[in-house]
Design a protein around this ligand. Sequence first.
Ligand code: COD
Ligand code: ATP
Length: 216
Amino acid sequence: MSAMFVLGLTGSIGMGKSTVAGMFRDLGVPVHDADAEVHRLYGEGGAAVAPVAALHPEAVVDGAVDRRILSSKVVGDETAMRRLETVVHPLVQRAETAFLAEAFSARSGLAILEIPLLLETGADLRCDAVAVVSAPAEVQKARVLARPEMNEAKFMKILSRQIGDGEKRRRAHFVIDTGAALPVTAKQVEDVVLALAGRPGSAYARQMGDGHGAAA
Ligand SMILES: CC(C)(COP(=O)(O)OP(=O)(O)OC[C@H]1O[C@@H](n2cnc3c(N)ncnc32)[C@H](O)[C@@H]1O)[C@@H](O)C(=O)NCCC(=O)NCCS
Ligand SMILES: Nc1ncnc2c1ncn2[C@@H]1O[C@H](COP(=O)(O)OP(=O)(O)OP(=O)(O)O)[C@@H](O)[C@H]1O
């Protein structure tokens, strides 16, 4: 088998990352969801609970991080958000490495890293190519504002910390349109999988050091 290809999947808030990740999974492609990992890390017994408690004791309730409280402490406070990221991102990356090793052992030809801040954090350097999900701004806004606990001010604050959709699209190898009907998007996901079938990647081998992760 040739070396596993690592595809980074990203997009701004509400653009449809999770939905598209589900479509890749339906095609049998393993996906690591950084957001879901953060949820695990914040849950009871999660590795981020103690370090978050050290930063924001009031945000830990019954042994787990309360995201609503944590959100009120960090969204809009750049210093607090950065401090939180310094704690959380290395833990997410540790889980990601374990996921890639497992996908590689399972002889998967393609593995996906779904990371909201892929381009912002330089995680794209750990990928062979980048896919961006994108929809018109008004569609994005309507989707996000329909969520509970969301309002326009919070939406704007989150957006301001993310690279704009236009730049994301420019930096993408694949743009997946999530503004249309779901089956249209699903077809584009299929096309990406077909385009990458049999394409050897080098990102995983690079991460693991010479001699690992290459042809097996
Ligand atoms: C701030 C927190 C508590 C808000 O939690 P909440 O459940 O309300 O929102 P959720 O996590 O679903 O995020 C909503 C949107 O904000 C975006 N977002 C999340 N963290 C960040 C961040 N650090 N910078 C910019 N955007 C962010 C997400 O991509 C998503 O589009 C939470 O997002 C968090 O702990 N973030 C820090 C960890 C992180 O960077 N996660 C993102 C990728 S690993
Ligand atoms: N063609 C489409 N592709 C993707 N999502 C779509 C499409 N049409 C409608 N939607 C809806 O848009 C919403 C996208 O939300 P989703 O949680 O997938 O976005 P996200 O980018 O993961 O969000 P976040 O950045 O907040 O984590 C879902 O409710 C989904 O059903």
